[in-house]
Design a protein around this ligand. Structure first.
Ligand SMILES: [Zn+2]
Ligand SMILES: [Zn+2]
Length: 313
């Protein structure tokens, strides 16, 4: 019906050249009703999609054929954990304390979502192995501070109580999805990063493989659950990479703007993405919340990111 109206309006205006009346912009109808961001903390591109056989991410490699893999995806801000995650939920690269001692300047996509859709706090979640990521649930913007916050389940028992194991986080994630059926969330798994800092290559690789398993299991659950199937979008990404071999201490640390620290991947799965599509255009962490706002029809003004239009159907 919309199509006929559109054709009718085009034919109506086409007889008047330089018509001052703008053509109607067709509103895209998206199927996404739920969106989750899963973060594999601190895995370097050279050990994920950039590894020649993608041997450390077999589930992600296989799932990529059902969705979009962005191979020129970057953290273009500070390559630490809290700044990276802040970019993913606020759409801004902010120089923010990495120890959980500071909350973001700008409201998150979760706060915008809750305020515009009048949904309860249990509808949006920050679920994280790292306690400090609890800061993602609030901001200092005086118009938003303390309001419309998502629920949090971070670290041992909240900010400044220490990291827990990824297995615990995965169990909490699944329990939360089944109990509350939230529409949005961000999930952080620490192990590649934690093992890298401990200079343990074997654990770094095994941690990456384990999170890849979680991605496979989570996507399988989302496709079989009656409330999530067919209407759920999943982003899988990293908050930052690690130094390239030969830069500072190599895979042990991260913080600079070398390609190892900045270059990460983004997997997009869901009903509104192209399938079996490799995206080579440069996209960046701050584009994630803006793309979520587009898919979920959430107004998110004045951010620095852009909608990743080329990955959409
Ligand atoms: Zn990190
Ligand atoms: Zn670096």
């Amino acid at each position: 019906m919309k199509k006929f109206l559109y054709i009718f309006l085009i034919s109506l205006f086409s007889c008047k050249q330089d018509s001052p009346v703008p053509l109607p912009h067709p509103v895209r109808a998206y199927k996404t009703k739920n969106i989750f961001i899963l973060v594999m903390d601190g895995a370097r591109y050279s050990e994920t999609w950039g590894e020649p056989n993608q041997a450390n991410i077999p589930n992600i490699r296989s799932l990529a054929s059902q969705g979009v893999m962005c191979t020129s995806f970057y953290n273009d801000g500070v390559t630490y954990t809290v700044p990276g995650h802040t970019a993913m939920v606020t759409g801004y690269y902010q120089v923010i304390n990495n120890g959980g001692l500071e909350i973001p300047e700008h409201p998150s996509i979760f706060q915008y979502y809750r305020s515009q859709f009048s949904v309860p706090a249990t509808d949006a979640w920050v679920i994280s192995t790292k306690d400090k990521l609890e800061v993602l649930s609030d901001c200092i913007d005086p118009e938003w501070a303390g309001t419309y916050r998502p629920r949090t389940d971070c670290g041992v028992n909240g900010n400044q109580t220490g990291y827990r194991e990824d297995t615990t986080t995965y169990r909490h994630l699944m329990d939360t999805l089944k109990k509350y059926h939230p529409h949005m969330g961000i999930i952080n798994f620490k192990q590649p990063d934690a093992a890298g800092h401990a200079n343990n290559w074997v654990d770094y690789i095994n941690g990456t493989k384990k999170i890849d398993e979680y991605v496979g299991e989570l996507w399988n659950f989302l496709q079989t659950d009656s409330l999530y199937a067919g209407t759920t979008t999943l982003f899988v990404t990293n908050d930052h990479g690690r130094h390239l071999q030969g830069v500072y201490d190599g895979f042990v640390s991260h913080w600079c703007d070398c390609d190892g620290c900045r270059h990460i991947f983004l997997l997009g799965l869901g009903p509104d993405f192209k399938t079996n599509y490799i995206e080579k255009a440069h996209y960046s962490l701050i584009d994630i919340p803006i793309t979520i706002s587009e898919l979920m029809r959430i107004k998110m003004p004045n951010t620095e990111g852009k909608v990743m239009t080329t990955i959409l159907k």
